[in-house]
Design a protein around this ligand. Structure first.
Ligand code: 13P
Length: 352
């Protein structure tokens, strides 16, 4: 394991003012997103939209890395330059989603475990180590694996039956195993245990579940020998469920405070950096929450940055469908700039 390379990559991905663009939607998800704005999805439609996004002038000042899907890392820009080569030429690290989705967790109704370590010949996937080596040779320097943790409530906003301990430990085990395999192949693993915003649970429940999930994940990382300074964590923020009606008076400052508090209790200081997911928050909320965290006095040992998908792309996708290439780039450049400012607590609503 080349620890120096991994640490240097992780540090560069969370350099001041910079964060990650998550553009690694699977073909199924990207098809839904394109159809959502009235664009028919095809291999070429997905390539054209993304190539235009990546070509946005100046975006390298706010974007340290882009997470790609397997289809995209093999595609080219309009002039024929392979996409990973193009990103590297702009000083942007190409990254790669390496999980192959989720499967039902035996004995745990409604829960999932993420897969992608073993080969899946029926789906055309080689085993994870083989794929990591190939992606590294193509220019990728980091990877992503997303575990999905669902909360159910007791009907009054309190904690219900899910997640089960089995779901938490099965996903923690897989995340740690993935992380080691990536590191052995020179890729910085982004460890993403996403506690979903779906449901009517209160913010406190999100806090407790996220804490349990993070502690279990890092316990497995220790057992399996993950080199933490050469990893990034991609967590959810501590936020009430979408359908919760009790905590509606919680402020954005509450979300920022509780998120930093939860991370300080659950994440080892050695971790190379924290890059949040947006998880269904509005563009402005995702920016504001990150800005508040970076503006507060409470100490935290990691850079707090972004690895947003929807919160960086929603406006660009809509503009792509309605106004065309230049408008899409302008919308993306604006959101990237806003989040870049939030890295140092310098964003303000008046800039929107
Ligand atoms: P969102 O920011 O849209 O949640 O996407 C981030 C991501 O990559 C989820 O895996």
């Amino acid at each position: 394991m080349d620890k120096a390379l991994l640490e240097a990559t992780a540090a560069a991905l969370v350099a001041p003012g910079k964060g990650i663009l998550a553009a690694d939607e699977s073909n199924g998800t990207m098809t839904k997103r394109l159809e959502g704005v009235g664009v028919e999805s095809s291999e070429e439609a997905r390539r054209a939209y993304r190539a235009n996004l990546f070509a946005t002038p100046g975006c390298e000042s706010a974007v340290s890395g882009v997470i790609l899907y397997d289809e995209t890392i093999r595609q080219s820009m309009d002039d024929g330059t392979p996409i990973p080569d193009y990103l590297n030429s702009r000083g942007i690290f190409p990254g790669i989603k390496v999980d192959t989705g989720t499967v039902d967790l035996d004995g745990c109704p409604d829960e999932k475990v993420t897969k992608g370590i073993e080969a899946e010949p029926e789906n055309g996937w080689a085993d994870l180590g083989t794929r990591c080596a190939e992606y590294f040779a193509m220019g990728a320097r980091f990877a992503k694996w997303r575990a999905v943790i669902k909360i159910t409530s007791d009907g009054a906003g309190g904690r219900g039956d899910l997640p089960s301990g089995t779901c938490i430990s099965a996903n923690a085990d897989a995340l740690a195993r993935y992380a080691v395999i990536c590191q052995e192949n020179g890729l910085v693993p982004i460890i993403e245990p996403e506690v979903l915003m779906d449901g009517d649970h209160m913010q406190d429940v999100c806090f407790v579940v996220t804490q349990d999930v993070l502690k279990a994940t890092y316990a497995q990382c220790e057992v399996q020998g993950v080199h933490l300074p050469g990893t990034l964590l991609k967590p959810n923020m501590i936020i009430r469920g979408n359908d919760d009606t009790i905590d509606i008076r919680k402020t954005r400052q509450d979300v920022a405070d509780e998120t930093v508090h939860c991370l300080n209790r659950s994440v080892p200081i050695e971790v190379g950096g924290v890059v949040f997911l947006s998880g269904g928050q509005s563009d402005e909320e995702a920016t504001d929450h990150l800005n508040l965290m970076n503006a507060m006095d409470v100490e935290h040992p990691w850079q707090l940055s972004y690895s947003y998908g929807r919160a960086l792309q929603a406006a660009a996708l809509k503009s792509w469908a309605e106004e065309g290439a230049e408008a899409s780039q302008a919308a993306f450049a604006h959101r990237a700039k806003m989040n870049s400012l939030a890295r140092s607590g310098d964003w303000d609503i008046s800039l929107e």
